[in-house]
Design a protein around this ligand. Structure first.
Ligand code: SAH
Ligand code: SF4
Length: 347
């Protein structure tokens, strides 16, 4: 019998499994705690469970889906891993250590079907969706690394490889499991999902019971330019993406972040900043400017520091709340899809 990934189960599904094995109801909480709170790597070490149950769980389930294929760290403590899965697929996850927070950036797909022209993941094509357990497992991987140092994961951003809203069910299940108070207990406000703008999924996300943060990758203030950078923009024009963002703000009362990758000579002129400000003025939003992170084969350059600052000030002057997100880990190429691209090129 092929083993299933334990992390794919919700609490309720685990309860069903244990009931079918004839176990009393309180076992669910015990097993859930071992895995999601104590980060126990092995069923045999779950000492308050009967031996026979530990053996049965080991026969049926695996706890860790990953083999580490490559690992890179920089001097600031950013750590990036390439994790391989039993079918040979591999994905990246990144831990960003800052003074008061430890953020894990996770992937939701192997490759990405959207194919944005500035994105290393987009250029590798699409292989498959990750399961809920494979998504949450990336967080648990780093939770174990941090635990050994007496630390915890404080934030999760779904900004790694893939488009989470083209793998909606698995992504939400993973986040709900991480959020579950009976186990990992990471607050919804500490979790952010970034989407390229899959409009029906944004509308659905607005209605979720758990209110996770939403970031939308805009990258251009008008449709013609956006379509050149983001092929999926053919399907959902900027006006629809903005209406969906409004629906999220209305339903949740929460601010939406708009991400904007700055590409030298493409979308970084002051007229772009003014057009962007005109789109967003008066809304409960924040803009994250991300200077392009170069990778081999991508035909773009980041703007120089002076231009980035001018763009930022232009937005500010038009009343838009804005920050420049410096890509941590540029030295280790901790940008989306970049470690994987390099490892596979070297082979
Ligand atoms: N698919 C989702 C989430 C993953 S990408 C999305 O696109 O939003 C997360 C962020 O990294 C996006 O804002 C994306 O535009 C940005 N990104 C991708 N490639 C980049 C690069 N080479 N340099 C800088 N940012 C990049
Ligand atoms: Fe996919 Fe996001 Fe990369 Fe676009 S930027 S190709 S949506 S991962």
């Amino acid at each position: 019998m092929e083993k299933r990934l334990f992390l794919d189960l919700s609490y309720e599904e685990l309860a069903e499994e244990l009931k079918a094995l004839g176990e009393p109801a309180y076992r669910t909480q015990q097993v859930w705690e071992w895995v999601w709170r104590k980060l126990c790597p092995d069923f045999s070490a779950m000492t308050n469970l009967p031996l026979s149950l530990r053996e049965e769980l080991s026969r049926r389930f695996s706890l860790d889906p990953f083999t580490v294929l490559a690992k890179e760290c920089d001097e600031e403590g950013t750590e990036k891993v390439l994790l391989s899965l039993p079918d040979g697929a591999s994905v990246e996850a990144v831990l960003i250590r800052e003074e008061d927070r430890n953020t894990v950036c996770i992937s939701t797909q192997v490759g990405c079907p959207v194919g944005c022209s500035f994105c290393a993941t987009g250029q590798m094509g699409f292989v498959r969706n990750l399961t809920a357990g494979e998504i949450a497992g990336q967080v648990l991987y780093f939770a174990k690394v941090l635990e050994a140092q007496g630390k915890r994961v404080t934030h999760v951003v779904v900004m790694g490889m893939g488009e989470p809203f083209l793998n909606y069910e698995a992504t939400l299940k993973a986040l709900n499991n991480l959020n579950d108070k009976r186990g990992f207990n990471l607050g919804a406000r500490r979790i952010t999902v970034s989407t390229i703008g899959v409009v029906p999924a944004i509308l659905r996300f607005a209605q979720e019971e758990k209110q996770y943060n939403l970031a939308i990758s805009l990258h251009a203030p008008e449709d013609e330019l956006r379509r050149k950078l983001v092929p999926l923009a053919e399907r959902w024009p900027i006006s629809q993406v903005l209406s969906a963002a409004e629906a999220y703000i209305l339903a949740t009362g929460r601010r939406v972040t708009f991400e904007y990758v700055l590409l030298c000579g493409v979308n970084d002129a002051l007229k772009h900043a003014r057009a962007l400000a005109a789109l967003l003025r008066g809304k409960l939003v924040h803009v994250n400017l991300i200077p392009f992170n170069p990778a081999p084969g991508l035909p773009f350059f980041p703007p120089d520091e002076g231009q980035i600052e001018l763009f930022r000030r232009e937005l500010l002057a038009h009343g838009i709340d804005v920050t420049v997100r410096r890509s941590r880990g540029i030295k280790i190429q901790a940008g989306c899809g970049q470690l994987r691209s390099r490892v596979f090129r070297e082979k």
